[in-house]
Design a protein around this ligand. Structure first.
Ligand SMILES: [Zn+2]
Length: 294
């Protein structure tokens, strides 16, 4: 299945896996300093991190294909990008891969994200997000550390979370943690069950992030504003609660339709459910990824 077709297919069912493009794309982005040696660019959808040594840099995620010109412009005058780390393979996180690979960057991703990208067919038209030049060429299987000059980064695979190919990206010296789409700050998360995501894996990923973070950690999520340990804890606690509410109904033998009808998250929805991920989407994904007798 073509990754770019996922939002369309999901859209037919009334849901989106990635947010719709917004007028914010017209805004020219710039990297702003976040911590020593680490800068952040808030694209129209996702947060892109840039960690710089004296000679070169590591980019974390590369936004949508449509925003690549703005990303390249924001990188002008900065040290060349040596590595692009993809937190996972969704199209709003890998769009600049091809252009950066063409400039010499090594693309880094978990093997499951790489497998999805490289299995794609390109019979109709080239897809700038996933064309051959953009496929990962440093494949991560478990946890891994990379060093670039004085910059060290830890890549941590969290299994079956938002997808089956998620990496948490932690810069210990700067105390900056990029959770990818394992953390949406202030809104319900997406669990992409078609790509191997599960609620229990996502809770474990949030706990893994919490084990890394202290009260001063900058915690960057795939969507929503930058957060910290407090907002990461809130996201974990909310998801544990949603899991419990849905599991209770599934355990009682309720069908998916009956659980959706029951609107089990209604007490949480005003805080978490009025952004682009709707209550039915998280309830359905939690139901689908729970075992038959949770
Ligand atoms: Zn995603």
């Amino acid at each position: 299945m073509n990754l770019r077709s996922l939002p369309l297919i999901a859209g037919l069912a009334g849901f989106a896996l990635v947010p719709a493009a917004t007028a914010a794309e017209a805004v020219e982005p710039a990297f702003v300093a976040l911590a020593p040696h680490v800068r952040m660019l808030r694209g129209p959808d996702t947060a892109v991190l840039l960690a710089e040594s004296d000679q070169a840099s590591i980019l974390v995620d590369s936004e949508r294909p449509e925003t690549t010109p703005a990303l390249l412009k924001a990188l002008e005058g900065r040290p060349p990008v040596a590595y692009v780390v993809n937190t996972h393979g969704h199209p709003d996180h890998v769009g600049g891969n091809q252009a950066l690979a063409a400039r010499g960057a090594v693309i880094v991703a978990h093997e499951n994200a790489w497998r999805r990208l490289s299995a794609l067919k390109h019979s109709d038209r080239p897809d700038p997000a996933v064309s051959k030049a953009a496929r990962s060429n440093l494949i991560i299987q478990g946890d891994r550390e990379l060093r670039l000059g004085n910059v060290e980064v830890r890549l941590i695979h969290v299994p079956k979370a938002h997808t089956d190919g998620d990496l948490l990206v932690y810069f210990p010296a700067a105390n900056v943690l990029h959770m990818g789409d394992c953390f949406f700050n202030g809104l319900y998360p997406i669990i992409d069950t078609d790509s191997g995501g599960t609620v229990d894996g996502l809770i474990a990923a949030l706990n893994r992030g919490l084990a890394l973070a202290d009260d001063k950690t900058h915690v960057v999520g795939g969507h929503g504003p930058i957060g910290g340990r407090r907002s990461l804890t809130d996201a974990r606690d909310m998801l544990v609660e949603v899991r419990g509410l849905v599991a209770r109904l599934k355990r009682a033998g309720k069908s998916r339709e009956q659980v959706l009808q029951a609107a089990p998250t209604q007490d949480l929805d005003s805080r978490w459910g009025d952004d682009w991920v709707k209550p039915a989407q998280i309830v359905g994904a939690v139901y689908d990824s729970l075992p038959a007798r949770p």
